[in-house]
Structure formats: structure tokens, C-alpha cells
Design a protein around this ligand. Structure first.
Ligand SMILES: [Zn+2]
Length: 404
């Protein structure tokens, strides 16, 4: 039996759903052929005739699937450091936005930037995430808010996946906020999304899913519904920023459309959680935004557990509400601020994050046939990934069977 590469003697956290907890294999081995996992199990069970072009001794180290950041706004221009200082002085996210700052300042900067400039600044953030073992990332548009700039953002996101050894999943988030030129005619902007931006993104193969921001300061459930119906007509899955600042029935709306995920969810109620569970909609928890906005209402983790909602964890990396470029910090914040168990948090950046992206058939666990994307840690216990704040124990990252 011949493999391209074989890692042996490690503690494998497989995240495989048919194994309990993190699916640990002690003194395990994993082998790759043609970029996929070709064999995984205990060293003692390795076939006698096994050969590999390269054999790597793990010396007891922990191995997890490559981490997945399933909610980011990685592509944008400029930053919002000045606004951060205003918020420190007591102004709220909503009052800053109402005064033309906030997200609209990022929209101005992003519209003015070239695609190459967007790629260059996003790469710097992407490299930080990859240095912590990230092998797949979701990237949204949503700071262009017109045809050309939304497509420019999505092309920049696609370019990231060509320039780095990482899988990029894109989401069209034209329904992020209403741009100033449509402030007095919101319906016309929703029509622009449905009739022009979405079809163009589909034609160019730029969107893997469609996202929207359902919030009193953004889009109403009725407006989101129009966008989601258009996504459905184009055969694209949807996801939703839901119930973050106000309870607006977002979780139920996401579930109704069979969304891959509903995200934030600080103000989701029991009915919303039940609807999500029934629809198999993943709850994507974003502790970076909760922390940076000094929110005091955490997502209803107990309700999600009781209802059986799967939970993922992501950075929500964006210049306004979550300037976070560390998936390991998101892990730490999720256990400290939201009360996730270490097991829930780690499943949340692997298996459940893959489900939130609709890619669990290929990513998110160490199982034969899946992409051989690994994170090898200078650690032996899974808790060490969530324990440190600011320490990165990654030893090496493997993408499609290659050490990178
Ligand atoms: Zn977001």
C-alpha cells in the first residue's frame, strides 16, 4: 500500500461524526494520496506493507483538521480605527453609522480601491489566519453596494484562493446595508441586487452563496425574503446575519429558506432555535463582534444545545465590529464569553464550520476520502488551542496533502 506522505505517532482529533467527542485516535497515523486522506487509524493498525514517499514522525503532537473560518469580511479597504476611538468615548455603532460613518466609510474606501489593492490588504489578514492553521475561509462582499464594486470584491476574494494554499468560499452580501444613493428608495436597491448584481455574480461564477443583514438598521425580513427568493431561483444557498442587535425573527427566516447558517444570534429566541434545528441550519457564533461592541446579551447557547442546533465559531473579521484576525482568539472568546465547552468550540472551527459552508462532504474532519488539510500543533491536549490568548502553537499546516 503506497502513499504520497504519512504522518505517524500523533494524537489525532478527527472530528469524525461517527466517533464520540473530538473523535480522538491515540498514537494515530494519517496518510495522503493525491491530496486526499487515503488512510487514517492507529499506528498499530497500519498495513504491514505500507510505504510512503515521505514519513513524518509526529512525536505525540496533536493533529486536527485544518481550521475553517466560516464568516469573514476579509476584503475591504481602509480601517475604522478612528471610529473605534469614538466608540471608546461612548458613541454607539448605530449613531456613528447614522452620521455617515461606520460601514459607509468602509464602502467609500472600498469603492475607491482597485481590485489589486483589495487583494493586497486582504492577503495580510489572510496570512495571519493561515499562520494559525486555517485551510478554508469564507469571504463576503458587502462594502461595494453597486454592481462593479460588489463584483470587484468577489473577484478579489477569488484571487486570494489562487494566491494562497487555502480554500475560499465566497458569499454575495450586497444586502449588507442600503447605500447612500438609495436611501430614499430602498426598494430600488433591493431590485438592483435581485435584477443586476446577483445575476452578474452568478454569470461570472463569483458567488458560492448569498448572505444578507437582517436588522432594523439594515434590511427588513420582507426585503431579505426578496433577495433569498432570487438566490433560490439561481440555485444558490443562503446564509443570514440574524438577531444580532435586535430580535427580528432572523433565525426563523433563515430556517424557512433552508439557510446553511444563521450568524450572530445574540437575540434569538426558543422558537428561532427550534426552527434552526429542524432546518439543519448551523448557528455561527461570532464572539469577536460581541466583545468589540461590548454587547451584554450572549447568544442563547443553552437553547441551542437543548434544541440540537449545531454551533460553529468564526472571527467575523471586519474593520468595524470585529477587527479580529485570529481564529485561536475567537476560540478563546467563545469559551470565555459564550460558555462553549472546549469540545464545542473546536468542533465549531472544524466540522460544524464545514457544515456552515456546505462543504462537510469534503472538509472539516479527518476521514478517508476527504481533503488532506491538517493543522499539526506543538501541543498534546485539545484544550491548549482555546487556553492561550495570543500564543500560537501551530507547528505546521498541510493543504491537500502538501506541507505549506
Ligand atoms: Zn458579518
Amino acid at each position: 500500500m503506497g502513499f504520497d506522505r504519512l504522518w505517524r505517532g500523533g494524537r489525532l482529533a478527527t472530528m469524525a461524526p461517527d466517533r464520540a467527542g473530538l473523535g480522538l485516535i491515540e498514537d494515530g497515523a494519517v496518510a495522503t494520496r493525491d491530496g486526499r486522506i487515503a488512510w487514517i487509524g492507529a499506528v498499530a493498525d497500519l498495513p504491514r506493507d505500507v510505504t510512503a514517499d515521505e514519513v513524518i514522525e509526529l512525536d505525540g503532537r496533536l493533529v486536527t483538521p485544518g481550521l475553517i473560518d466560516c464568516h469573514t469580511h476579509l476584503v475591504f479597504a481602509g480601517d475604522r480605527a478612528d471610529e473605534f476611538e469614538m466608540r471608546l468615548r461612548g458613541e454607539t455603532y448605530e449613531t456613528i453609522a447614522a452620521a455617515g460613518g461606520g460601514i459607509l466609510s468602509t464602502v467609500r474606501n472600498t469603492r475607491a480601491a482597485s481590485q489589486d489593492q483589495l487583494v493586497a490588504t486582504a492577503l495580510e489578514r489572510l496570512d495571519r489566519l493561515m499562520a494559525e492553521g486555517v485551510t478554508a475561509i469564507e469571504v463576503k462582499s458587502g462594502y461595494g453596494l453597486n454592481l462593479d464594486s460588489e463584483l470587484k470584491m468577489l473577484r478579489a476574494a477569488r484571487a486570494l484562493g489562487e494566491l494562497r494554499k487555502v480554500e475560499v468560499v465566497t458569499s454575495l452580501l450586497a444586502a449588507h446595508t442600503v447605500p447612500p444613493e438609495y436611501r430614499d428608495d430602498r426598494a430600488a436597491y433591493v431590485a438592483l441586487i435581485v435584477d443586476a448584481i446577483l445575476p452578474a455574480a452568478v454569470r461570472e461564477g463569483l458567488a458560492d452563496s448569498v448572505d444578507a443583514f437582517c436588522e432594523t438598521s439594515a434590511f427588513s425580513p420582507a426585503e431579505v425574503r426578496r433577495v433569498f427568493e432570487a438566490a433560490r431561483a439561481h440555485g444558490l444557498p443562503v446564509r443570514l446575519h440574524a438577531d444580532q442587535r435586535t430580535a427580528g425573527g432572523g433565525a426563523g427566516l433563515a430556517a424557512e429558506f433552508g439557510a446553511l447558517s444563521a450568524d450572530h444570534l445574540e437575540r434569538t429566541d426558543a422558537a428561532g432555535a427550534a426552527a434552526m434545528a429542524a432546518a439543519g441550519c448551523v448557528a455561527v457564533l461570532l464572539p469577536g463582534a460581541f466583545y468589540a461592541l461590548r454587547d451584554e446579551t450572549a447568544p442563547p447557547i443553552t437553547l441551542f444545545r437543548e434544541a440540537g442546533v449545531r454551533m460553529a465559531v468564526a472571527t467575523d473579521c471586519n474593520p468595524g465590529s470585529s477587527p479580529l484576525t485570529s481564529i485561536l482568539t475567537a476560540l478563546n472568546l467563545s469559551v470565555i464569553l459564550f460558555g462553549l465547552t472546549v469540545e464545542e468550540a473546536l468542533l465549531g472551527v472544524t466540522r460544524e464550520a464545514a457544515r456552515a459552508l456546505g462543504r462537510f462532504d469534503r472538509l472539516g474532519s479527518l476521514e478517508v476520502g476527504k481533503a488532506c488539510d491538517l493543522a499539526i500543533w506543538d501541543a498534546t491536549r485539545p484544550v491548549e488551542l482555546a487556553y492561550w490568548l495570543g500564543r500560537n502553537p501551530l507547528r505546521s499546516r498541510v493543504f491537500r496533502g502538501e506541507m505549506v
